[in-house]
Design a protein around this ligand. Structure first.
Ligand SMILES: Cc1cc2nc3c(=O)[nH]c(=O)nc-3n(C[C@H](O)[C@H](O)[C@H](O)COP(=O)(O)OP(=O)(O)OC[C@H]3O[C@@H](n4cnc5c(N)ncnc54)[C@H](O)[C@@H]3O)c2cc1C
Length: 422
């Protein structure tokens, strides 16, 4: 698993810094070094915010480029974090540009410029506070405040247009920033106003509910057209019932079928999923939007190790169901679960795996059974030919990465899906 989340941020930062520095008069740079650094950080921050807004619109092209929606959100997150850090610096070490070399792109009254800066500071502070407390805050509230970052971006872009600046608008830096800001603003407005209208999804109805103490299994079938997906994909589910309409992401836990039906394994994690378990009924209509994600099995004949943690078993259930012939090389599925938290029938899962020719080991973490190096050594193959797949919580993923390092399985032979967008 390669972590490339720094690449886009670094690339955009370098391009913007070089363009800004080459657009400013050299004597000005020498005489106003700290002002120029603040100017560069403000400009880079604006570009990163614009790029972050652009990535938020869930375009298939970005999924292909970065290897799945979760990776796109990872890039989006880091662009946002660095944009806020640099914006904070720009605020604290104010550029305060004066003198004959400077002019604003759009003339605005001084008072308006101060109001703009004030709003940007309040928005910035709100975002930083919620980001620092991201796990202590309800997701729906977090998402609402998160939308403020788009507003902060629009305010920052207005500040760029109205404040005195030594970077001419008609210059490589000015044009670069103008194009990115225009695209970023359009993307933000599209995401806020148009996205849900354009991506309505397909109409389904709930056909079966199977309750477990800490979750449920759910089957749905299309009313008309079904979505077309690869096993391992995830979709957003939005139920037409009071308090259940907010779209939430879930991996499809079944292989594509002729009647278009889908099944899901849903853990009761918070308010929304708990309500679902308590109140959802057979016959409830829902919208299914997607598919998304790139957690697809490569199936290139290499030995495979599949590791699932808890509800992370869902995409592997779809893979298993989808296998029409025995694998050409050995596959071993390790399923780590908590005894008090089981949301699948382990015997049924074992039977399905064995029917498909996949070796299966259940590891009950509450009984002290954990993934060990010997589990990876069981796979008879050259270590650099083992393809590993992981879906589950972040902690187990890190443990698996550590074991892979010890066993000699290269890190880039691991493909993951983490159930977290924040
Ligand atoms: C790609 C992907 C696939 C997933 N597949 C499954 C699955 O097959 N089975 C399963 O049980 N869970 C899955 N999840 C997790 C599931 O989406 C969350 O557990 C669920 O949305 C929690 O909602 P809640 O309001 O009950 O809990 P909360 O306590 O409010 O949220 C718990 C966490 O879920 C995430 N979350 C909550 N609401 C949303 C939302 N509207 N959109 C995006 N993320 C949200 C946030 O990271 C949050 O921190 C998946 C998540 C992702 C990102």
């Amino acid at each position: 698993m390669k972590n490339n989340s720094w690449v886009l941020t670094t690339l955009l930062s370098v391009i913007t810094s070089v363009l800004v520095l080459t657009s400013v008069n050299e004597t000005y740079i020498n005489n106003n070094f700290s002002v120029v650094i603040s100017l560069v950080s403000g400009s880079v921050s604006l570009v990163l915010m614009a790029a972050s807004c652009i990535l938020a619109i869930r375009v298939r092209f970005f999924e292909k480029l970065f290897g799945g929606l979760d990776r796109v959100y990872e890039q989006h997150k880091w662009l946002g974090i660095w944009a806020l850090i640099l914006l904070g610096y720009h605020f604290l070490v104010r550029a305060g540009i004066r003198g004959p070399d400077s002019q604003s792109i759009i003339q605005a009254p001084k008072a308006l410029a101060h109001v703009i800066q004030g709003f940007a500071a309040i928005g910035l502070a709100a975002i930083i506070v919620t980001s620092l407390n991201r796990n202590g805050i309800r997701y729906s509230l977090w998402r609402w405040i998160h939308k403020l970052s788009g507003v902060v971006f629009l305010i920052a872009a207005t500040h760029w247009l109205t404040a005195r600046n030594v970077v001419p608008f008609i210059s490589p830096a000015g044009i670069w920033m103008a194009v990115l800001c225009a695209l970023g603003a359009a993307a933000f407005i599209y995401r806020l106003v148009m996205y849900d209208l354009v991506h309505k999804g397909k109409a389904y109805v709930v056909t079966e509910i199977n309750q477990f103490p800490r979750g449920m299994q759910l089957a749905v079938k299309p009313k008309d057209k079904a979505i077309d997906y690869h096993p391992g994909s995830f979709v957003f589910l939005s139920f037409k019932k009071k308090g259940m309409s907010e779209p939430h992401p879930f991996s499809v836990a079944s292989a594509p079928k002729e009647d278009g039906s889908l099944s899901f394994v849903i853990r009761s994690e918070g308010d929304w999923t708990r309500k679902l378990r308590k109140e959802l009924e057979v016959g409830t209509p829902l919208q299914v939007t997607g598919p998304y994600g790139k957690f697809h099995r490569t199936n290139n004949g290499e030995s495979e190790v599949w590791v699932a943690g808890g509800v992370g078993i869902a995409p592997f259930m779809a893979w298993l169901e989808n296998m029409t012939e025995p694998p050409k090389s050995p596959i071993h599925l390790y399923y780590s679960y908590r005894e008090d938290d089981a949301i699948v029938d382990i015997d049924q899962l074992q039977t399905l795996a064995e029917e498909k020719g996949v070796a299966f080991t259940a590891l009950c973490s509450t009984k002290g059974e954990t993934l060990q190096q010997e589990h990876l050594n069981v796979i008879e193959s050259a270590k650099d030919k083992i393809q590993a797949y992981y879906c589950g919580p972040e902690g187990l993923c890190m443990a698996l990465q550590g074991l892979m390092r010890k066993t000699g399985i290269p890190a880039n032979q691991l493909k993951t899906e983490l159930f977290n967008f924040r």
